[in-house]
Design a protein around this ligand. Sequence first.
Ligand code: B12
Ligand code: SF4
Ligand code: SF4
Length: 395
Amino acid sequence: MIPWPQIQEAVAPEKLDLVGVAPFPPEPSPAPQALADWVARGYHGTMHYMARTLEARLHPGERFSWARSALVVGLSYALRARPEGDGFHYSRYVGLRDYHNVLRRKLRRVFRRLRHERPRLVGRIYVDTGPLLERDLAYQAGLGWIGKNTNLIAGKQGSYFLLGVLLLSEAVDGPAPSRWPDRCGTCTRCLEACPTDALVAPRLLDARRCLSYLTIEHRGPIPPDLRPHLGPWVFGCDICQEVCPWNRAVAYRAPEPPAPFPTLRQVLAMDDEAFRRYFQGSAVKRAGRDGLLRNMVTSIGSRRLTHRVQEVVAALQDSSPLVRRHAAWALGRLGGSEALQALRERWSRETDPEVRREIQAALRALGHPPQEASGTPPERRRPDGPAGSPSGPGP
Ligand code: B12
Ligand code: SF4
Ligand code: SF4
């Protein structure tokens, strides 16, 4: 048994904002069943790892049979101001250095201190990546309750926290964590504020509709019906936390972004390698160059920012078909002669069938459907067709 003061001593130098210990394996709670239902409904979308690791998440005691306790910590990302750049919004947590590295390093040092006292202690660190229900562990460690927006809320300290877990091979001898009761009450602000209705019921999130999933985790095209709801968000989304009354009076910290956020044009000029270099140490790296550009042009289209049409026209020439698809969609929303001309010009030489479909839809939306009704790329057209001509007859 590790005495609680020993845990406190090992953790103190790391200046963590939340610290608690959960029993391991975790005690029975609604979380595993909620997870099984969530995956069965397909709410995880293309996060296939959630389905692949389902059994391990449902039965953590089997996978980690050696573990006797879980030290759960929280790092606040309650920033004074939302990180913004070039007119786009980024989730607040981007204002910290990549939290995976920060929390992992902190927990590694905690474990080293504990091991110094107890050389036989075994430990394993997880920040986001492990097959664990981190929110449920945080709840069981007495750090907060699960709000209707599905986030862990630490009372007056709010919900802007990132969580890290250190599994330990010994139990902790301390006061039993006192569980928070549900303090959401009759409030439903988060459900009402979600722009995509991703919160289909209290504590039930259809990730496929969530902007956080669509802008960070999802690799392919954003479904057309959800694109208009992106608004200014290009990396994550904090809306269901911004409206939460428990976040009204949280303690704020200054942002520490690794570099100013780049403009759309700057990202267009980067290749994958340059993008990774630019976002070294930042969580934004996860979206990837094409993903961030996809989000940026979709955001412009979603808000119909007609004064930014030239940037979207430039994106329509990008090497990535994903970016071109979304640029075409955005131009269809922006309209105007520049958008129309760019779409027609691209139509005449675009070879990617998916991009052609988007251009076709955009031209239709602008009331100028291309004469060629099919999505056939230019080089595959009949030889008698006026290849390259946007006004040629259909096949
Ligand atoms: C997959 C994932 C996502 C997905 C799905 C989110 C989701 N709500 O399921 C997406 C990409 C959408 C996402 C978004 C975000 N995420 Co995320 N995500 C994860 C990850 C990797 C797994 C979560 C998971 O298992 N989901 C499946 C659902 C079923 O489980 P759950 O949400 O964890 O917990 C549920 C059960 O406990 C159940 N439950 C518990 N009690 C009860 C009671 C009843 C009655 C019922 C019905 C259910 C129930 O409800 C909970 C909520 O659905 C975790 C890391 C981890 N390994 O845990 C981070 C994690 C949950 N994410 C985190 C963060 C910060 C975010 C974002 C805020 C980032 C952002 N700003 O864009 C958003 C928040 C969006 C939101 N409203 O949830 C933090 C949570 C911090 C916190 N304070 O809660 C975590 C823990 C990462 C970390 N290490 O810090 N995320
Ligand atoms: S993060 Fe945004 S999109 Fe996702 S549930 Fe919350 S408000 Fe909805
Ligand atoms: S907005 Fe209201 S319902 Fe949603 S998590 Fe906060 S307190 Fe709970």
